[in-house]
Design a protein around this ligand. Structure first.
Ligand SMILES: *Cc1c(COP(=O)(O)O)cnc(C)c1O
Ligand SMILES: [Zn+2]
Length: 464
């Protein structure tokens, strides 16, 4: 299969190709990111996306059961017998009228793609199964990542389930939520906590992996992004193969938006959809590098030659001011997004926009998502906070169809949820107030009652 799939520099003027088995994940010529690329002319491409419906009937086959691998015709880099799947991608795309109302959208227009249903509780499993499959094909014995939490939880679960590899995870100190840390520990990952933040951890893990020959599963790994394309295939499937007007996604390391962009570029070029949807990437205001570069400094993909000088100036400003990413949405608390060029390409090809939302806006949106019947962690709610903002700005029309990606499960970060709903002003101030959140507009406070039947009855009659 190797000459039908290969790796290729994302910058078209370079276009250097690299063997499928290479694990450096950097262009040897220009240092740029790599894509997984395919010789589509020599591969069997389905005539229509409806082709994938037939896979449902075959779901006793583990690859067709997987919500990722049943679309493997659209990322054919691995032989079937090498695929490592744990049944990821059984996620749902739910019509969300309560959330639509909150955002000023019309009923029936707004959908939540809930990736919290994955085995490790976040969308990361979509990519991990693909990276893990590649790692297995190259015979890796150890795999490493730096993580704000969910990548490590996902890596740990795949290592544990397959018993094929040892997980080595790097986390920054003090930032990771307990839900995520507990998963890494429970599934037996070697957990290395370094004194620094995510950006520091990511830099170190790349050095260490190179030195020790450990397989790297951070989203610089292009195979992960191939698996994450399937999130969009499932969205299209849920919408009966109709392309929505908007996809809204939180932006951290920008792997998701890059993967989504690549999926839509390929589907359009293969003639399987008429046009890509527009993509809105939503940053947290405390970690808004993409917003600053794209919206404030006019940095564009520019045919594969983004303005490196402008990007360099901004990164130097971050360094000089020692400006650290700072948001309660820990999964997107990233100031040096590794997939920046691919994200710019996605924005270019999908008529993209970028917005930033405050932690207060994120938590309010999160509470509304929860009240509407799906739970997510703070970072995920940036997508809905972004929808509200873009509707208010008039960028998104209330009648357009919008899909917000809920990237992770509500139980990943219960501290944030409890602090938001807490009646205790000190708990609120400690966790949220000091991060600039002024109030919890939709707090659902616990009611304090004496241990007395008539008082309890009175309280229930009063509140419910
Ligand atoms: C990793 C993660 C993100 C950020 O995704 P990127 O692909 O890095 O932009 C957002 N939300 C959650 C829950 C995550 O785990
Ligand atoms: Zn190159």
């Amino acid at each position: 299969m190797s000459d039908l799939a290969f790796q290729r520099c994302v910058h078209p003027h370079c276009g250097t190709t690299v063997d499928l088995a290479d694990t450096a994940f950097r262009c040897p010529k220009c240092g740029g990111l790599l894509d997984v690329a395919y010789d589509w002319d020599r591969l069997p491409v389905p005539k229509s996306l409806k082709h994938f419906e037939s896979k449902w009937a075959n779901r006793t086959h583990p690859l067709d059961f997987s919500g990722v691998w049943r679309f493997r015709d659209l990322f054919p880099f691995a032989a079937d017998d090498k695929v490592m799947t744990i049944g990821e991608g059984q996620t749902l795309c739910q019509r969300a009228d309560a959330v639509a109302a909150y955002c000023g959208m019309k009923p029936g227009t707004t959908f939540l793609q809930y990736e919290g249903m994955n085995p490790s509780g976040s969308f990361k499993d979509n990519g991990m199964t693909a990276a893990f499959t590649h790692a297995a094909t190259v015979g890796a014995r150890r795999a490493a990542c730096a993580s704000t939490g969910n990548t490590s939880a996902s890596l740990a679960i795949y290592c544990a389930a397959s018993q094929m590899m040892r997980a080595v995870i790097f986390i920054g100190s003090g930032k990771i939520s307990y839900g995520k840390l507990s998963q890494a520990l429970e599934h037996g990952a070697l957990t290395v906590q370094i004194a620094g933040d995510f950006d520091d951890a990511l830099r170190r893990v790349q050095e260490v992996s190179r030195q020790l020959g450990i397989y790297l599963v951070n989203s610089v790994n292009p195979f992960r992004l191939e698996g994450q394309k399937s999130i969009m295939f499932r969205v299209l499937e849920a919408l009966r193969w109709e392309v929505p007007d908007w996809i809204l996604v939180p932006g951290g390391n920008l792997g998701n938006c890059s993967a989504f962009g690549k999926a839509f570029i390929e589907l359009t070029e293969l003639g399987l959809i008429p046009r890509p949807p527009r993509i809105a990437v939503i940053n947290a205001a405390g970690a808004d590098t993409l917003y600053q570069l794209f919206e404030k400094n006019g940095v564009r993909w520019n045919g594969g030659r983004p303005d490196d000088r402008k990007i360099g100036v901004y990164m130097k400003y971050l360094d000089d001011a020692d400006k650290r990413a700072d948001t309660l949405a820990s999964a997107i608390e990233i100031n040096r997004p590794v997939n920046l060029p691919k994200a710019l390409r996605a924005l270019d090809r999908c008529g993209g926009v970028v917005r930033e939302v405050t932690d207060g806006e994120i938590l309010d949106a999160k509470a509304k998502i929860g009240a509407g019947g799906l739970g997510c962690e703070p970072a995920s709610a940036a997508s809905v906070a972004g929808l509200l903002k873009l509707v208010r700005e008039g960028v998104i029309d209330p009648g357009e169809r919008a899909v917000c990606i809920l990237t992770g499960h509500v139980l990943k970060d219960p501290d944030a949820t409890v602090a938001y709903h807490s009646a205790d002003p000190k708990a609120f101030a400690d966790k949220l107030g000091k991060r600039g959140v002024r109030r919890a507009s939709f707090a659902n406070r616990a009611v304090q009652v004496p241990n007395d039947l008539s008082e309890i009855v009175k309280a229930i009659e009063l509140y419910a």
